[in-house]
Design a protein around this ligand. Structure first.
Ligand SMILES: [Zn+2]
Length: 183
């Protein structure tokens, strides 16, 4: 092995080390994690969501929804039609119907999952750090029913710079009625 090969190898190793340290130790978007539930959730729903058993959730959800929302699974990329949904409307929680995202905050991330730069209000989600991959990710779940929805990353577009990467099966889309009618 000559010096050039050694030097190139060393540089590649150093680059990987820097990238690894960045991905592993960079801070999470703590202002998102610390968002306070400033206001109560909108409607006067009387269901005691926390009291629902796993069996009751299995009856309410499809198997893939149950896997994602109650066992923190991830649907396969590019499997949700909502990733390519461009109509105006509101995205609700598939578990409890809480309104979570407006189509105005949706963008095409190219990841194959519906992506948004902000929820309808800060009180819609709770956050946890998820260490299941080899770097920490900020997992978010519905404030009302506790269903897992996805992860939030700091590579989104302005104005927030955030990317809420949401499982499509965890969402129920309601298009604005006006556009459903022929002009
Ligand atoms: Zn919910």
């Amino acid at each position: 092995m000559n010096r050039r090969v050694l030097l190139t190898g060393g540089l590649a190793l150093a680059s990987f080390g820097g990238w690894f340290a960045y991905r592993t130790f960079r801070p999470l978007p703590s202002d998102v994690a610390n968002a306070q539930r400033a206001e109560p959730l909108p409607d006067a729903d009387t269901t005691d969501w926390a009291a629902l058993s796993n069996e009751e959730w299995r009856e309410r959800l499809t198997p893939v929804q149950y896997r994602v929302m109650r066992e923190e699974g991830t649907e396969r990329a590019f499997t949700s039609p909502l990733a390519d949904e461009h109509r105006d409307g509101v995205y609700h929680c598939a578990g409890c119907d809480l309104d979570l995202f407006s189509s105005e905050a949706k963008f095409d991330s190219g990841t194959g999952w519906p992506s948004f730069w902000e929820p309808i209000a800060e009180n819609r989600f709770g956050f946890n750090t998820d260490y299941r991959l080899w770097y920490p990710r900020l997992e978010y779940h519905c404030s009302r029913c506790g269903g897992h929805h996805g992860h939030v990353f700091e590579d989104g577009p302005p104005p927030t710079g955030l990317r809420y990467c949401n499982n499509g099966v965890a969402l129920a889309f309601r298009p604005s009625t006006a556009q459903d009618e022929p002009a």
